[in-house]
Design a protein around this ligand. Structure first.
Ligand code: AMP
Length: 989
């Protein structure tokens, strides 16, 4: 084993001590058992003819009261002994290329033979010879290969019997069978037992997949990959696999089976959901109780149908609860605030029983009744904001007529109301009815000229309804003006009156005047105005003309006040459309163009035509408004440019422009634009902002805000050691806030990693990389899994690797890895371990150790993110709160997590890659990525590793290493070099 592997083993050992060790039972298959054969062994001895001196002999022995046979030889006084004992032909099972030979034997102490110590031996040799067939009694020494020499741990003196047990491995067997042979070269030995066996990984069931008994491999196939078969009623998209080690242990299960719909896992089997429970999809979840208002008819249900009278709306989850129809709205009242304008406000309270839904809307129906005959109010009545689809519990009704009874019916609806039709509505949805007797406010119905002179006009008018004795008194406001005033300048005269007649004096002779009267009730309510009426004074010198017999003296006295108001009207502005209509979808938008967060993210795949999705979520930009300046990166679909966006009426902004390379297919174009459809739904400080898209021209583009410092991993590597923990935690806080926003919108990122975070010039970090196909076609870290998808193993939660359970909780795991990347200045998680090793280590409860200088609280948070049980991991909301708390009290960052340079500064910082010390200072500096200081070392005369080992922290500073992070890295590495021997003894197990 080379040194790297040795150290890697040590690492594992260390973590295994802290973690959980998996112990798996192994099985031994015995293919030769000397004891079991009794006296029928028939082993061959050689030389055949020993004459006086006998070679190996069968000897019957009694030990602890039981009898058994052994092979013994004891020619200690003879020279040049060469006695062979060969077993019978041992058939090999085809897969067993590695067998174990366990020998129990006794060796007599040579000193116990007087005068024989010169020739006496205390060892014997084990040989083997492979063959495809039993060769019977043919025996050729030359065909045997020596396996090993066997020596006793304890030798037997005259009266003290010592039994030794030794086990040896015979590797690389390939033929149909083999023989073992024991060569004696002059010892006094008894072989009591020989047992030959191989190891197997026993048949097992793991994660609902059964794996057959498997013979453990040999040195050339240390890990045997074995495919499993799903147990009854379990399914899997891809075959689950597991590895059988040479020691007959199962390790690293990959993939798993899951109970099919209607079944759940109970002690390694899939059992039908009990009645009253259901399971809709193949998953590792348990059967769930049938939700509210559903019924379960039998066991093994895939879903629970709605009970009678309960429904699921088309958008309801097919396995969610069913809901009933809402009951009637409550407390319907009508308030008349502007009677004279023919308006009233209907308001009510939500129904007592919403049927379990929160998508209640209301509709208003109006009937007008005269003499007990009712009919629909028709289109004349106006409703604000509408008569149907109301989410608010009030509506303004206008254009009502006087003297009529109106009956308003308000009905509550929900997503399931339509489903109840065409059946008759159950009484629970009956609407509440209120009747209003609507009294018209006073309204001027006609205006007449009573008398006129050259300087006065006497007018009267009627009001409707006619004032009744007890109704509040009505006052009037008359305003008039000359008809032919100069254009643009109008002088009104306003008279306030208590009676419905007036004489207006001091007018110009022969002049036309325009009059308008408005009535008011005593409670301040305004009524309708009259039309503007025109009357003309008599020309100069004419006698007064009486139109009626009414005497005006009193009337004139009735004018209690007179104002002259000069109103300069430059424009007659009619307030047209004073309240702009706001559709339900508008409520998501504020008046600025900024999009507020939608409740949940909409998967662009749900749109039949992806082009529609892009147009819905992204602004179309004209390509002439975009200028490309410089290539800054390569995306999956084409180059990424830095550039300028100059939209009409807006300031120039720096942007990143993603392009689609020529020769794309329609599918690629849609995948490319899907990123914009997703990004366009987000509006958050820590999510990369979409400026818009170019889709209507040949060269499609996605334009986003420009992030000056590029990808976070690269940026941190380039600025290794330059930021304080406070700054790093600040960056993490931003990323966590962005992720909280995404998880609140139910968006699961799946590829959260420092390489997918972008940094701007104020060190703000923003989450990016949202393509649909991105998981993870464009990610070099993506590794194909058994289920066919690509997964960035070292960033991904175990449940997402094992059975594609991607959730915000798996994003939290990835966030923990991002935390580690950030605190380690862009170090690669798990260094140079292979993906396979990473998975194995995670399964064995291994977790990344704290990066150098990492605040303890931050490392604790990482460990929380990496809890195996995803329900125990913190949520992004918790993470943001915790990071905020740390940032508010920076002292909390001062306690640093335990750091072990021997573990945490990865090889080869502690030695050369081949286990030898570094050959030069520059080689060592390169290994710890500190080559930039090579010259500093040379100039300071430090040119050998011995000199390096003598350096103190002060010396490192003095040669010009100033950054604290770099100082520590170099110092720790030196410490590691010095400590190498103690490391080995500390971690070796
Ligand atoms: P992507 O296809 O999103 O992985 O982008 C490829 C590379 O282009 C990234 O790794 C960044 O270096 C660069 N890049 C992408 N978007 C931006 C941006 N908004 N600002 C600056 N650089 C970017």
């Amino acid at each position: 084993m080379d040194f790297i592997c040795g150290v890697r083993h040590l690492l594992f050992s260390y973590f295994l001590i802290n973690g959980i060790l998996i112990t798996i039972q192994t099985k031994e298959e015995v293919i030769l058992d000397m004891k079991a054969a009794g006296g029928e062994l028939g082993w061959l001895t050689w030389p055949l003819d020993q004459g006086e001196r006998s070679g190996w002999e069968v000897v019957q022995r009694t030990l602890n009261g039981s009898q058994f046979y052994s092979y013994s030889v004891c020619n200690v006084g003879e020279r040049e002994q060469d006695n062979w004992l060969r077993t019978t032909f041992i058939q090999r099972r085809p897969a067993a290329s590695r067998v174990f030979v366990e020998i129990q034997f006794i060796v007599r102490d040579c000193n116990s033979f007087d005068g024989a110590s010169l020739t006496c031996k205390e060892t014997f040799n084990l040989y083997t010879s492979e063959s495809d067939a039993d060769v019977g009694t043919t025996f050729r020494k030359g065909q045997f290969k020596k396996v090993t020499t066997i020596a006793p741990d304890e030798i037997t003196s005259k009266n003290d019997l010592r039994i030794n047990t030794e086990t040896r491995v015979v590797e690389n067997l390939s033929r149909k069978g083999f023989y073992l042979a024991f060569q004696d070269i002059g010892a006094c030995i008894a072989i009591l037992s020989v047992r030959v066996y191989y190891k197997t990984c026993p048949a097992t069931v793991k994660s609902l997949a059964s794996f057959p008994e498997t013979v453990a491999g040999g040195e050339n196939q240390a890990l045997k990959e074995v495919n499993g078969v799903c147990t009854d009623n379990a399914i899997s998209e891809n075959l689950p696999r597991i590895y059988c080690t040479v020691d007959g242990e199962w390790v690293v299960p990959v993939g798993q089976c899951q109970c099919k719909p209607g079944y759940e896992e109970v002690e390694d089997t899939c059992q039908e959901c009990q009645q009253g429970f259901f399971k809709a999809a193949a998953s590792g979840d348990k059967c769930e109780p049938c939700p509210a208002n559903t019924q379960s008819l039998k066991s093994g249900a895939l879903s629970c149908p709605c009970m009678d009278g309960f429904y699921r709306a088309p958008n309801d989850p097919p396995n969610g609860p069913c809901s009933g129809l809402p009951s009637a709205p409550k407390d319907l009242v009508a308030t008349t605030t502007q009677l004279s304008a023919g308006k009233l406000v209907l308001s009510w309270s939500p129904p007592a029983d919403t049927g379990g839904r929160n998508d209640i809307t209301y509709s208003v129906d109006c009937q007008r009744c005269e003499s007990n005959v009712c009919q629909a109010c028709g289109e004349k009545i106006r409703y604000e904001p509408a008569s149907t689809g109301l989410t608010d519990t009030k509506v303004l009704v206008s254009e009502l007529d006087a003297h009529l009874n109106y009956t308003f019916t308000v009905e509550a609806h929900s997503g399931v109301s339509l489903l109840a039709l065409p059946r008759s509505k159950p009484p629970s949805t009956s609407a509440l009815t209120t009747s209003l007797h609507y009294t018209d406010p006073p309204k001027i119905t006609s205006m007449r000229l009573v008398e006129r002179t050259p300087t006065s006009l006497s007018l009267s008018w009627d009001v409707s309804p006619r004032p009744r004795a007890l109704s509040p008194p009505i006052r009037y406001e008359l305003n008039y003006r000359k008809k032919d005033d100069n254009l643009g300048m109008t002088t009104y005269t306003v008279l306030k009156l208590e009676k419905n007649l007036v004489q207006v004096n001091e007018l110009n002779p022969g002049t036309a005047y325009l009059f308008r009267v408005q009535a008011f009730t005593g409670d301040g309510g305004a009524g309708g105005s009259s039309m503007e009426e025109q009357f003309e004074t008599l020309p100069e010198g004419h006698l007064p003309q009486n139109n009626t017999a009414v005497i005006f003296g009193a009337a004139v006295g009735g004018a209690v006040m007179l104002f002259i108001v000069a109103v300069v009207l430059f424009l007659r502005r009619r307030k047209r459309n004073s309240h702009t209509r706001q559709g339900p979808e508008d409520t998501y938008f504020s008046s600025s163009e900024q999009l507020k967060p939608l409740k949940t993210y909409v998967d662009p795949h749900t749109y039949e035509d992806p082009n529609v999705a892009v147009l819905k979520f992204a602004t179309e930009i004209h390509p002439s408004h975009v200028t490309k300046q410089k290539v800054i990166g390569a995306g999956e679909f084409g180059e990424v440019y830095r550039g300028i966006l100059k939209a009409p009426g807006r300031k120039e902004v720096a942007v990143a422009i993603k392009t689609l390379k020529p020769g794309y297919t329609e599918k690629q174009r849609q995948d490319f634009l899907s990123e914009a459809s997703i990004m366009g739904q987000f509006a958050h400080q820590n999510i990369i902002r979409l400026e818009g898209v170019v889709t209507k021209f040949k060269h499609a583009m996605i334009v986003t805000e420009y992030m000056e410092n590029g990808a976070l991993d690269r940026y941190l590597k380039d600025h290794d050691g330059e930021f304080s923990s406070f700054q790093l935690v600040g960056m993490l806080r931003g990323i966590a806030a962005g992720m909280k926003y995404l998880s609140d919108m139910s968006y699961v990122h799946r590829d959260l990693a420092a390489r997918n975070i972008l940094v701007n010039n104020t060190l703000e970090c923003k989450v990016s990389d949202f393509g649909l196909s991105r998981v993870l076609e464009d990610d070099p870290e993506g590794t194909y899994t058994t289920s066919g998808g690509k997964i960035p193993i070292r960033w991904t939660a175990p449940e997402a690797i094992a059975y594609r359970k991607f959730t915000s909780a798996s994003d939290v795991w990835s966030f923990g890895i991002v935390m580690w990347e950030v605190m380690a200045f862009g170090e690669r998680p798990y260094w140079d371990m292979s993906n396979h090793e990473v998975m194995k280590a995670i399964n064995e409860a291994f977790r990344l150790p704290a990066p150098m200088d990492c605040p303890s609280a931050v490392y604790q948070l990482m460990l929380q993110c990496w809890l195996q049980d995803r329900s125990k991991r913190p949520r992004f909301g918790d993470i943001v709160s915790l990071l905020d708390k740390l940032l508010r009290s920076p002292d909390s960052l001062k306690t640093i997590a335990d750091f072990d340079p021997r573990v945490s500064i990865r090889l080869p910082s502690t030695s050369g890659s081949d286990g030898s010390p570094f050959r030069s200072v520059s080689e060592w500096l390169e290994s710890i990525k500190m080559s930039q200081y090579s010259e500093n070392f040379t100039c300071a005369g430090i040119v050998t590793m011995d000199q390096v080992l003598q350096m103190k922290n002060e010396d490192i500073k003095n040669i010009g290493v100033r950054l604290p992070g770099h100082l520590k890295r170099i110092a720790y590495s030196i410490l590691g070099l010095k400590d190498q021997t103690s490391t080995l003894s500390v971690f070796a197990v």
